[in-house]
Design a protein around this ligand. Structure first.
Ligand code: BG6
Length: 489
């Protein structure tokens, strides 16, 4: 459409998130010809914090080049055409007139087209969200098309802070103009959860307490906090990973079928199941911290300032229960940790054991496993008769029914979660963004636990060796929940 112009404005463009995630994803969408032809990308930042970036060519050379050239599948022309889209503008949030100048620049770039749509992607620290949104709304709002604002966690440190943030955004924006991003929602196998359960109807029936003994949702990272200690120490693994990313995964595993696949129906159903989750009991939680965390120079500074050694958990296990018929009595075991033995995010649905009196006697439990990353796969650990002449039907072994996405779909690459989400924002597709009430419910589940750990108990995390499975106490808690480890993977 020749009369429509698109502006994609990245606020905080010279910062870390923008160069590592936002711009590489925009570049991939550009390579895939998935951005509107007329779309301009405008990097915006405050010269006070980035004195080395004064022009678009600085921005390219000093921030983007290294990250974009690392991407695969481009030729020189692609880089040139991407640069054609690219602009850089200085803005200072404490000087609103600089926002008016941004607005004039956006209008110029639209070259008189009748309709102008604007995305504002806030790659900013959350304490700036409200101020940024206020000025954007007053001075930079397109009057001829839609405006959309993308924000990313952390949304506060607890429910009250998240609500205050939501309220200040609500003063200026409609809920449908706000896109709260949780990039886990756009991972290929997270997107596939509703399909797995509700397109394969017979399989969907297995997701029920009649069959399931326990569900484990595990996030493991082999690296520590590296360079992000200043942010991380204020939040900890429960807020950084569990309350948002893993809660979203849990919700999709546990929810009922939505009335339709429309965004509002799906999100209504998610909120319904979230409301049925009990707040986590502190006794159902083990926290840990890897050895060496205290040696990080940023943590030493924090310790010195606060006068005690950081109790920030880099590891946690928590058990959640749902009060509904489908999941009555089934523990959902969530585990997240940094500095562990592997890099992996996995959902394991472990089925009930057959009684010893059953036809085949005692056997390992079957499992449906969804490996979100790396190497996306779904597999079902099941029993089969050993092949061979002499064996009897009862000579069974646990084996694997396996869907390896790369092999099956001959994928060259699966798109990065950020790519899908940015594309969704431009399309106005809000399925995979978090609605305000989902966020409130997720905090309700975690708030009491965090208050007990941090304010009442001041609980010391268990130490664990960098590169290990995490603290022993965590495995003990998981074993108490009836989870059994088997060797077949
Ligand atoms: C981010 C967390 O939201 O997710 C990081 O802040 C974490 O601490 C990251 O490393 C993990 O995302 P992914 O996509 O690499 O699993």
């Amino acid at each position: 459409d020749k009369e429509t112009h698109y502006s994609f404005v990245v606020m905080g463009a010279a910062g870390d998130l923008a160069k590592k995630k936002t711009f590489p994803s925009l570049f991939q969408l550009h390579l895939g010809r998935l951005l509107p032809g007329s779309m301009k990308i405008i990097g915006v930042d405050d010269p006070k914090f980035h004195t080395d970036v004064t022009s678009v060519s600085d921005f390219w050379e000093k921030r983007l080049r290294e990250y974009l050239e690392k991407q695969k599948g481009w030729v020189n022309e692609d880089v040139e055409s991407f640069k054609q889209r690219l602009h850089f503008v200085h803005v200072q949030l404490d000087q609103p007139e600089t926002m008016s100048a941004l607005d004039r620049r956006l209008q110029e770039l639209a070259e008189g087209r009748a309709k102008e749509h604007r995305v504002f992607y806030l790659a900013l620290p959350p304490f700036l969200f409200a101020q940024a949104v206020e000025h954007l709304r007053e001075r930079c709002w397109s009057k001829t098309g839609w405006n959309r604002v993308v924000v990313e966690k952390p949304f506060g440190k607890n429910g009250a802070e998240a609500a205050a943030l939501s309220n200040s955004l609500k003063k200026y924006l409609d809920e449908k103009e706000i896109f709260r991003m949780d990039h886990y929602l756009a991972k290929t196998l997270v997107l596939n959860l509703l399909t797995l359960r509700f397109a394969n109807r017979e399989l969907g029936h297995l997701f029920h307490c009649h069959h399931v003994a326990n569900v484990r949702i595990t996030f493991k990272e082999a690296i520590g906090v590296q360079g992000r200690a200043g942010y991380f120490d204020g939040y900890g693994i429960i807020r950084d990973i569990m309350q948002n990313h893993l809660m979203q995964v849990l919700t999709l595993v546990a929810m009922e079928a939505p009335a339709t696949l429309e965004a509002e129906d799906v999100r209504d159903e998610k909120v319904k199941v979230l409301k049925q989750i009990r707040p986590i009991a502190p006794r159902d939680c083990v926290i840990g911290q890897y050895d060496g965390y205290q040696a990080d120079p940023d943590i030493q500074k924090i310790n010195l300032k606060q006068g005690y050694a950081s109790r920030c958990p880099t590891f946690a296990v928590a058990v959640l229960y749902l009060d509904n018929e489908r999941w009555s009595g089934v523990p959902f075991i969530m585990k997240a940790g940094k500095g562990l033995e592997v890099h992996q995010t996995i959902v394991r649905i472990q089925f009930k054991k057959a009684p010893p009196s059953s036809l085949f006697g005692e056997q390992p439990q079957n499992e449906l496993v969804i490996r979100i990353q790396p190497n996306e796969a779904i597999y079902y650990k099941m029993l089969a008769k050993m092949p061979g002449l002499t064996q009897q039907a009862r000579d069974v072994e646990q084996t694997v029914l396996d869907l390896d996405l790369k092999k099956r779909f001959e994928l060259r690459r699966t798109p990065e979660a950020y790519e899908k989400l940015i594309h969704d924002v431009i399309q106005g597709e809000s399925h995979n963004f978090v609605r305000r009430d989902e966020l409130e419910q997720a905090w309700r589940i975690f708030d009491p636990l965090l208050t007990t750990l941090e304010k009442e108990e001041k609980r010391e995390p268990e130490r664990y060796t960098l590169g290990s499975r995490g603290p022993l106490k965590a495995d003990m808690l998981i074993d108490r929940m009836g989870f059994r480890r088997y060797t077949v993977t």
